[in-house]
Design a protein around this ligand. Sequence first.
Ligand code: CP
Length: 306
Amino acid sequence: MQKDLVSIQEVTVEDLRRIFEIATKMKSERPSYPLKHLQGKSIGLIFSKSSTRTRVSFEVGIRELGGASIFLDQADLQLGRGETIADTAQVLSRYLHAVIIRTHEHAELVEFAKFSTIPVINALTNMFHPCQILTDLFTMNEYSEKLEGVKMAYLGDCANNTSNSLILAAKLSGFDLVLSSPEEYAPSKAMMDYSGPGNGSVAWEPDPFKAVKGADYIYTDVWVSMGYEKETAKRKKALMPYQVSREIVESAKSNVKIMHCLPAKRGEEISDEVIDGHSSIVFDQAENRLHVQKAILALLLDENCP
Ligand code: CP
């Protein structure tokens, strides 16, 4: 893998194969897997937004690989008092072995990675959420035993960090993605025009019932991403027709699986009966964050990782 995981654009087909292989082993051998890949290493987590899954799965994963994690709320750092990102990145590179960052502006993460001499992992920005989406690919591969030719329909806000990352993932791994939203929340032209190494097709379809036809997976995410709270009422009104409801699920394949990166706003982007129903794999996705992120850390930080 390259030095940093800033977005899925840096991930190669070979990286993906290795992540799947190592994560599968780490998952099946979790109780006995040796504490070795991060032995003697300290990993900083700098978060300026709330997190349940990302923070806990990274901290547990670091411990299970023999390393130590240091959680840093961005507000507690001198960054909050005006120290530059460049200076902070250079200083932390002298203490730590990697930094995992959750922040608002993607450009801040890119700036940090530019001045850091240690690996920087994106734990979510306004643009991308690569750890989540690599986990989603792993989860789909567990269920379908392949990605090429598998169809996913993504309903809701198609211009957020999850949908942007899914577009890059389809163009990396070869699954076919149909995004469905009103025009106002359609994916950007830049994202749609991105060309990756895989053969996955990416399309936008404003009719959610057409979008889910033949889908193996239906994926959704909250309509109001962190930082967009002022738009809550407007977004709820515009996106209600895109709720993953029983009627939507019944319009896809009979064995369709339902995905959500969580946290969910039940009754908004997904109904209770769907998220709790037999087709839902949302907690498998959440669990796999741990295994996939451990594999990413091992690949980035242990030169002897097989
Ligand atoms: N999916 C996800 O990133 O969850 P958290 O915001 O709880 O970390």
